[in-house]
Design a binder for this molecule. Structure first.
Ligand code: SF4
Ligand code: SF4
Ligand code: FES
Length: 526
């Protein structure tokens, strides 16, 4: 554990850290372009030059490891002069694109120019070297060669992480440029990560280009719900509309990366098919209803079925896209307030779903493991058992929460099974399942609710509400809490109360609290 001094402040750090990492521990940012903590050291940009006592020349911080007694100056006149000169050199041929560049607002050239820029340039270059602009690299990414500072982060990502090596640096000197190798396309399942690693506006996302200025967007921590891996993400949104997902660092789940399909999953969560208000079935068709009416119709269906035919005449099916809190409240409502044993979890995943040995999982549900941990999917009633009982006339009321049975069972099967059953559907979108409903209650998606998911490896991770569900829809846990209260049972007033109760009553969640989960989540107990 070497003790070093950086800008007059002492710190003891682990062996093996470089000076950028050590300085970070003190809250000191050493300017850098080519260094990225998830990639190998390249040392090509020279932006991180710092002064080290007893060394005759400035050293690059990214490729200098800490050693006992080192005295480092990151802001001495000598270091600052070098950083300024490097920045000036990098900017010689840079186009004046900021007003139209998507990176504006999160560009390291802009940021460092404010700190290290030479406002009076010594260069008298009339004509900048021109290179190709708007180069189509593949389905996700566009390249502007003029904006590239040749830091080689993108090529290292493709060489080291995806090992697909689509991009290379060609030519020499100020003519050098990034391009695809002949006959290659940047079309691997993780291709859009190059946009994140590019410190400038050379690589931009086809999906996000020209959609929004980043300073208008708010950022909320969440988890991708496209598959069971649960990659940590930031949701960028404004006024209830999402614009992009970007990966958030979690060393135990996704490091710095996410897949392209997950990245575009935000579109799926804000489709036209969203249900905006509750409905109940009228004489002919659905009629719009107030929440009070939808809730009282549901309570009536559940209590009458129970009173007239026994508790097991009520059944519930919940999908693996519901949060842990929703699964807990759903199970408790049906088990304790209604008293039925007929509760089943449904997880749907195409048999041939794409997966790999990096992040992408074949299970396309975010919470299959949560359903298991909360006692569903481990024996007990199955969805098929419930439908068989319904066919025999044993089920009179069925609550279906975030599950589309039509994706797993034929129309013929469902028509027969549900013919005389009162069906209450709680979901985010209209699906074929909603056509069977007698009551429809609209709920929020994973970005519109607080809660947790348990990923394939048993890691419990929080999602935070980025914005409220649209129009009259409500977070699912609130709907379940209201139903629980109306049936005379548990009615949590906050999501943390619901989670605390789940943790108290579920062995796999023992000891977990929102505080313990923090930003990176925590494993299930045992
Ligand atoms: S395109 Fe971006 S990441 Fe790639 S070398 Fe150029 S500046 Fe670096
Ligand atoms: S690997 Fe799975 S969880 Fe991660 S970003 Fe892709 S779809 Fe989302
Ligand atoms: S960050 Fe150190 S040389 Fe580029």
């Amino acid at each position: 554990m070497p003790k070093i001094e950086i800008d007059g402040r002492e710190i003891t750090v682990e062996d093996g850290l470089n000076l950028i990492q050590a300085a970070e521990r003190l809250g000191i940012e050493v300017p850098h372009y080519c260094y990225h903590p998830g990639l190998s050291i390249s040392g090509n940009c020279r932006m991180c030059l710092v002064e080290i006592e007893k060394m005759p020349k400035l050293q690059i911080a990214c490729n200098t490891k800490v050693s006992e007694g080192m005295v480092v100056k990151t802001t001495s006149p000598k270091a600052k002069a070098a950083q300024s000169a490097v920045l000036e050199f990098i900017l010689i041929n840079h186009p004046i694109d900021c007003p139209v560049c998507d990176q504006a607002g999160e560009c390291k050239l802009q940021d460092y120019y404010m700190d290290y820029g030479k406002y009076r340039s010594q260069m008298e270059i009339e004509a900048k070297v021109e290179k190709r602009k708007v180069v189509d690299l593949g389905p996700q990414v566009v390249l502007d060669q003029e904006r590239c500072i040749l830091c080689a982060r993108c090529t290292r990502f493709l060489d080291e992480v995806t090992k697909t090596s689509e991009l290379g640096i060609f030519s020499r000197g100020d003519r050098a440029y990034i391009d695809l190798f002949p006959d290659k396309k940047l079309d691997n399942p993780y291709s859009a990560n190059v946009v994140d690693v590019c410190p400038v506006g050379a690589l931009t996302s086809k999906d996000f280009r020209f959609k929004a200025r980043v300073w208008y967007l708010q950022k909320t921590e969440s988890v991708c719900t496209r598959c069971a891996n649960g990659c940590n993400i930031d949701v960028y949104h404004r006024r209830g509309q999402m614009y992009r997902f970007r990966p958030r660092y979690n060393p135990d789940v996704n490091q710095y990366w996410m897949c392209d399909e997950g990245r575009l999953w935000y579109k799926e969560l804000q489709k036209e098919s969203r249900i905006m208000r509750p409905f109940v079935r009228g004489e002919q068709d659905f009629v719009a209803a107030t929440w009070d009416r939808a809730v009282s119709s549901t309570v009536k269906a559940l209590t009458e079925s129970k009173e007239q035919h026994g508790a097991n005449a009520v059944a519930g099916i919940i999908g693996a896209k519901a949060t842990n809190e929703e699964v807990y409240l759903f199970t408790r409502l049906l088990k304790e307030q209604v008293g039925t044993d007929r509760i089943a979890g449904l997880f749907l995943s195409p048999a041939d779903a794409f997966h790999d040995d990096f992040l992408i999982k074949a299970d396309k549900n975010p919470n299959t493991r949560g359903l298991q941990a909360l006692g569903l999917l481990n024996g007990g009633a199955s969805v098929a058992d419930i439908l068989a009982a319904a066919e025999k006339g044993e089920i009179k009321a069925l609550v279906v929460f975030a599950a589309d049975l039509t994706a797993a069972f034929t129309q013929e099967k469902l028509d027969t099974a549900l013919e005389n059953v009162q069906v209450i559907v709680c979901d985010t979108d209209y699906t074929n399942m909603t056509t069977y409903a007698d009551v429809i209650m609209p709920i929020g998606t994973a970005t519109e609710t607080d809660g947790t998911f348990t990923n394939f490896a048993g890691r419990v991770q929080r999602v935070k509400q980025a914005f409220p569900p649209p129009q009259q829809s409500k977070p699912g846990w609130e709907v379940l809490a209201t139903l629980g209260g109306k049936l005379g049972g548990f009615e949590p007033t906050s999501i943390s109360e619901a989670f605390a109760e789940a943790a108290k009553n579920t062995p796999a969640f023992t000891g977990l609290t929102y505080g313990k989960l923090g930003e990176l989540g925590a494993p299930l107990a045992g």
